[in-house]
Design a protein around this ligand. Structure first.
Ligand code: FAD
Ligand code: NAG
Length: 385
């Protein structure tokens, strides 16, 4: 629908806009009910569609899930690490429950493997005990402290003095999960418009007006030159779930990397094909210009010399790790709201009460455990409407 509108008039509009110095007067407008920006807001899109909203998902890429949602560890987190009463704690624990049920009901590949958090020296034991208290306060009730010898019997290569067992941690095939959300949203008449970017917006007569362009029109845009929209969309509700671009889209400028101490260290995960992955580690980056961010033009390359840092970290718990056995994997970028040496930030979900824009909900800082939390975030947003 939108795609056709854009395709049909794009060249005409471009000319019209260029010769119209007064701005958007010549730009065609369309109204819409609920617009979700970023196809990884699929859980929210599905939930809205199930409740009878007419949902339009606008995605800058050619398909769904090409952003952070396909560049993560695919772990279903238990909800241990996050401060009590934080949104992360609450959505992770609830989201985990919803996600296991969702995957079981629909045959989506997943495994409840359980996880060991290990203390590799006596000095680390109090930290481990702290984590157990955090977990219990967050409602993770099945945690079990184990002697090192018992943990090492479970994992013969492992070296540790004590371990915390989290039975409810697992892994999920995030692509199958997203595909299923998409299918269910589309069954309820949600529409997806790929290759379409929200470049900005303004408020007019109490309604948010979204500025829309075809992604390919933006691809050659000169950095920092103003972008003229090809279409103005006037929705009743906007969910800004643009991931790394959610903040630039809402027009503030922050940086999104991740702090080492706030992270959970170089850990081991196994994917559903049995491949063992170590990581992620931490590298601070600064954000590109807004348009590059909307088009997901981040540098995702992984330099092989980063492995030098991994060997000593991993050998703390896997002493027999052989030299030269690590290969670079892939990278993802965390949507951080805080900078280096700052305390970790919670998820931020802002509605009209916070920013004053009617019908706009911003999802900021949806870093880990965002995948685990997605169904709970969707449930929360829809319950607030
Ligand atoms: C290294 C790493 C490991 C992680 N591991 C885990 C884990 O094990 N378990 C877990 O629960 N979570 C994990 N996470 C967190 C999880 O991956 C994220 O919370 C989640 O994927 C975020 O989804 P999103 O929808 O917010 O963002 P994204 O998946 O990035 O989606 C945003 C979408 O918006 C589109 N977009 C952007 N700008 C625009 C625009 N202007 N107009 C239109 N579309 C636009 C993008 O193309 C993209 O498709 C990890 C994250 C990282 C970085
Ligand atoms: C999106 O754009 C790419 C590149 O221009 C193109 O190959 C692809 O078919 C487009 N996808 C859709 C769904 O329009």
């Amino acid at each position: 629908m939108l795609r056709n509108t854009i395709r049909n008039c794009s060249s005409k509009i471009a000319t019209a806009i260029k010769s119209s110095p007064r701005g958007f007067a010549a730009t065609p407008t369309e109204t819409a009910d609920a617009v979700v920006v970023g196809a990884a807001g699929l859980a929210v899109a599905r939930e809205l569609a199930l409740r009878g909203r007419e949902v339009l998902v606008i995605e800058s890429a050619g398909t769904f899930g090409t952003g952070t949602s396909s560049r993560n560890s695919e772990v279903i987190h238990a909800g241990i690490y996050y401060p009590a009463k934080s949104l992360k704690a609450r959505f992770c624990v609830r989201g985990k429950e919803l996600l296991y049920k969702y995957c079981c009901d629909r045959g989506i590949p997943h495994k409840q493997l359980g996880k060991l958090i290990v203390a590799t020296s006596v000095a680390e034991i109090p930290k481990l005990e702290n984590l157990m208290r955090f977990g219990i306060a967050n409602g993770v009730e099945d945690l079990r402290m184990m002697e090192g010898s018992d943990a090492m019997r479970m994992e013969p290569e492992l070296q540790c003095v004590k371990a915390l067992l989290s039975p409810s941690t697992g892994i999920v095939d995030s692509h199958s999960f997203m595909l299923s959300l998409l299918g269910e949203a589309e069954n309820c008449k949600a529409t997806l418009s790929y290759n379409t970017t929200v470049v900005g917006g303004h408020i007019e007569g109490d309604r948010l007006h979204l500025h829309i362009s075809e992604s390919k029109e933006l691809a050659n845009n000169i950095v920092d030159s103003p972008v003229l929209p090809q279409l103005i969309l006037i929705p009743r509700l906007v969910i800004n779930s643009a991931g790394l671009s959610a903040v630039p889209l809402a027009r503030s400028h922050l940086i999104y990397p991740m702090p080492e101490d706030g992270g959970i260290g170089v850990h081991v995960t196994i994917d559903l094909s049995g491949l063992v992955k170590f990581g992620p580690d931490v590298e601070w980056i600064s954000g590109p210009d807004d348009i590059s961010s909307f088009l997901n033009r981040f540098d995702y390359s992984v330099s092989s010399d980063r492995s030098a840092r991994f060997y000593p970290e991993i050998r703390k718990y896997f002493r027999n790790l052989k030299d030269g056995c690590l290969e670079p994997g892939y990278s993802g970028i965390r949507a951080k709201l805080c900078g280096p040496k700052q305390p970790p930030q919670d998820f931020m979900i802002q509605g009209e009460d916070v920013h004053g824009v009617p019908g706009l909900i911003n999802l900021f800082g949806i870093e880990s455990p965002g995948l685990t939390s997605s169904l709970a975030i969707a449930e929360y947003i829809v319950s607030k409407l």
